[in-house]
Every structure is written in structure tokens, then in C-alpha cells.
Ligand binder design. Structure first.
Ligand SMILES: [Zn+2]
Length: 444
């Protein structure tokens, strides 16, 4: 057994226990947290294989980014001024790039994405995209925890459906052989929009076969509701419930326009709404009703979405925007407390990924997924010992993370990556982008 003691730091546990130690310690044994407490209660004369002095630092559970498309760092900055929430906006920007994108361009883009998440305090993420053969090895090497959903677009074409579903089946079979840090999910890109009810049923059966969940886009502007009311006479959520979709965990990105009358059914299901504040603001969409959905009992998680419309992976910034947007939407200050925003970015994501017993807060027995932040940077002072939450949500950012740990292993140590080579990945990605634009702009 390997033991590591993090000591002398402010330890913010979050979770049900909600403990906070102004000068505390965290004992890590192998990949799990063995004990947490105040320095005054640290047993004397014990040997530890490693000791990390966290004086002047703050120890926090790692954040969970519950909606990403990692290869899309390749397109960062290339879809400015358009909404990716509309078919037109997406088709005339991202689709033109995806048509000339090749699998060899994926690894560098995913490495950039993972490195930026690790650097800014995210330890777990939920991805949805194509090219999983190229994504999985990079994420495995990064050391991050992830739920990787194989993206499906079939647009009502039976041949495309059969081909994509066979690929999902093979992918999920293969993911069963991976480390337990990586889960395989099914990723219908958008229910009713580009995945027909026939396809959705087949995807639900695949999720059941492999005991996993569905990572989808839902309710960005109500188009699924319009479609379902026209074709079935009921809302999209009612149709999904009738189809048995909520028998599986469903992770629904955006969830902006779900009618409140559908909320109770979702609260009673393994359903999670993933809000992505930057993406909806830049698209000119409405703010998701985070406060209302939480009050109704729906689990809410937080995501960045792709970095074409936010444009980075810093989940601290998304937390701040989510809290600000909640007050703006509800027309009252403090509609979402800072502590609640932190819960959404940690425990909310853990629950969405079916990992509530393993991660999401710091408590003995849980996985050692944590981050260490430098309290000497801008924005921390004054820091009341009973309220680090306000600073964490409203005045600091993810670049103040100095160390990131997953499964008891450092992925970032003293601001340096230990598993990934960011500079090299950026260099390779720049070359990929040059080739991508050359292809896009080549005369036909
Ligand atoms: Zn998305």
C-alpha cells in the first residue's frame, strides 16, 4: 500500500458531511481517501510514503465537466458569431469542417482538451463525439476519469442507422476491457432531430445490454417538442417516457426548454440536466431553469460543451456564469447560492455519471480525485474560514489550480502536466488546423 499525506491546507470537503478544515489534512491510501481531519487531530509518529505541504493552499474535490466534445478544440475560434444551436449555424460552420476532418487530427485535439481540463481543475468529464477509436487511447493516457459516448447521427437513413449501431455495439464491447476509470456510453446526438424514434429505441436497448446510459442534446430551443407534438400529440419528454427511455440514465445537455409539467417525471428518473451557460449565452438562447429544475428534484450538472462557443474548458468560469445567470433569469439576487454552484459542478456531475458513491466530494472511502489551489493568487482575499465558496465561484479561476489528482495519481504537479505534453499537442494541433483549413478552402 502507498500512502500520501496532504497536510496544512484548507480542506473543503463539500458533500453531505460538508466538513471544512481551516488547517487540515487528507490521507490518501493507493487510489482512495483514507482519512480527513484537522491538523490538531493528525495521529503523531506515523510514516507516510509521501508528504505534500499544502500551507497557503486549498484542497477541493475535482470538478466534473458533464458535457464536452473534446476533438472540437480543433475548431476553436472557427465558428464565431454563429449559433451552433441552429441547423443553419451548425451546418455552415462546424459541418464544413467536420466534412474534411480526418481521424489523424483527433489525438492532438483531445490531448489539448484533456490538458486544459486537468490544468483548470476538472478530474472527470462526459464526452460525446465520433472518432472514439482515436479519443479513447488519449483519454486513457491522460489519467482522467471519463464517460465516453459514441456519437450517433442517422437522420432516418436505415443503412446509416445499421452501420452506426453496429459501431456503438463494438465500441461498448471494447470499453468493457478498459480501465474502470473509463465508461462507454451511447451518444445519440439529438433525439428526434437527427435520431429517429426507431434509432432511439435501438440505442436504449444497447444501453441496457451494456448497463450504461445515454448522453444526448435535448431542449435547446423546443424543436423536439414541436416535432413530437406534431407527430405524436405529446411533448418530447412524454414521448421519451412512453418509449422507456428513462429506464436508463440519461444525461441531457442544455435542457433549456423542457416544459415544467414534465419536470416531476424527470425528477423520478435517472435523468440529469447538464447546463452549459457560455454555450447558451453565446447562442442567444434562453438560460436553463436551473433553480426551478433543482427545486423540482431534478439532478443538475455543469458542462462546457464544445469550445467553439465558450471558448475554454475552465469549469470555474462556467460555475460563475451559471450562478450569475440564475439570478439574471430568476430576477432575484443569490437565486443560486455559491455553495449550490459548487455542488452542481462536483456532486451533480458525479450523480449524472452514476458515480455518486465514488467521487463528487472528499470523504473517507471515496476515490482520491482532488485538486489543490494556490490561495496566494488574485481574488482570494479576504477569505473567511467559514466561507471559501464565494471566492471559489465568484472571484478566482481555474488557473489557480496547482495540482490535480485522479485515483491517487498526480496528473498535474506544481502546474506541470505529468501525463500529457501540452506544448507538443498544441504544436501538432496547429499543423492539423492548417491542413484542415487548406482542405476546407480548396477549390472544388
Ligand atoms: Zn454539445
Amino acid at each position: 500500500m502507498t500512502t500520501m499525506l496532504l497536510y496544512n491546507g484548507m480542506v473543503v470537503c463539500l458533500g453531505q458531511a460538508d466538513k471544512l478544515f481551516d488547517r487540515g489534512y487528507v490521507l490518501v491510501e493507493n487510489d482512495r481517501i483514507a482519512a480527513i481531519g484537522s491538523m490538531a487531530d493528525l495521529p503523531a509518529n506515523r510514516h507516510y510514503d509521501a508528504r505534500v505541504n499544502c500551507a497557503g493552499k486549498l484542497v477541493l474535490p475535482g470538478l466534473v465537466n458533464a458535457h464536452t466534445h473534446t476533438p472540437m478544440t480543433l475548431f476553436r475560434g472557427l465558428a464565431e458569431g454563429v449559433s451552433l444551436f441552429t441547423l443553419d449555424g451548425w451546418y455552415n460552420s462546424i459541418r464544413t469542417l467536420e466534412l474534411v476532418m480526418t481521424p489523424d487530427m483527433v489525438p492532438a485535439a483531445v490531448e489539448v482538451a484533456c490538458a486544459e481540463m486537468i490544468r483548470t481543475g476538472t478530474t472527470t468529464f462526459a464526452d460525446q463525439y465520433f472518432f472514439m477509436d482515436e479519443i479513447v487511447p488519449v483519454v486513457a493516457r491522460s489519467g482522467m476519469r471519463a464517460a465516453l459516448a459514441y456519437g450517433v447521427v442517422e437522420l432516418g437513413d436505415p443503412a446509416a442507422r445499421a452501420r452506426e449501431l453496429a459501431r456503438v455495439d463494438a465500441f461498448l464491447e471494447d470499453m468493457g476491457q478498459q480501465t474502470d476509470r473509463l465508461q462507454g456510453w451511447v451518444g445519440p446526438h439529438a433525439f428526434f432531430v437527427d435520431n429517429t424514434p426507431e434509432s432511439m429505441q435501438a440505442e436504449r436497448l444497447l444501453a441496457s445490454k451494456y448497463n450504461t446510459g445515454l448522453h444526448i442534446h435535448l431542449s435547446t430551443d423546443g424543436e423536439e417538442d414541436a416535432f413530437c407534438r406534431q407527430h405524436f400529440g405529446i411533448s418530447a419528454v412524454s414521448k421519451m417516457r412512453d418509449m422507456g427511455m428513462f429506464e436508463r440514465p440519461v444525461l441531457a445537455a442544455h435542457s433549456i426548454t423542457i416544459p415544467p409539467e414534465d419536470w416531476p417525471a424527470l425528477a423520478a428518473s435517472p435523468f440529469s440536466a447538464v447546463t452549459c451557460p457560455s454555450a447558451c449565452m453565446r447562442a442567444g438562447a434562453d438560460a436553463a431553469p436551473v433553480v426551478g429544475m433543482r427545486a423540482a428534484g431534478i439532478n443538475v450538472a455543469l458542462g462546457t460543451d464544445n469550445v467553439c462557443n465558450n471558448n475554454d474548458y475552465d469549469l470555474f468560469i462556467q460555475m460563475r456564469l451559471m450562478a450569475l445567470l440564475a439570478s439574471f433569469r430568476e430576477k432575484r439576487p443569490g437565486a443560486l447560492q455559491a455553495r449550490e454552484a459548487l455542488d452542481i459542478a462536483t456532486a451533480g456531475g458525479a450523480k449524472a455519471l452514476g458515480l455518486a458513491d465514488e467521487i463528487g466530494d472528499l470523504s473517507p472511502g471515496k476515490k482520491a480525485d482532488l485538486i489543490v489551489m494556490d490561495r496566494g493568487g488574485i481574488g482570494w482575499t479576504p477569505l473567511p474560514s467559514n466561507d471559501p465558496f464565494t471566492a471559489l465561484v465568484y472571484s478566482i479561476n481555474g488557473l489557480q489550480v496547482t495540482d490535480t489528482m485522479v485515483d491517487g495519481q498526480w496528473l498535474l504537479r506544481d502546474r506541470q502536466w505529468t501525463t500529457l505534453d501540452y506544448a507538443d499537442a498544441v504544436r501538432r494541433q496547429s499543423e492539423d488546423v492548417r491542413r484542415l483549413l487548406e482542405r476546407r478552402d480548396a477549390p472544388v
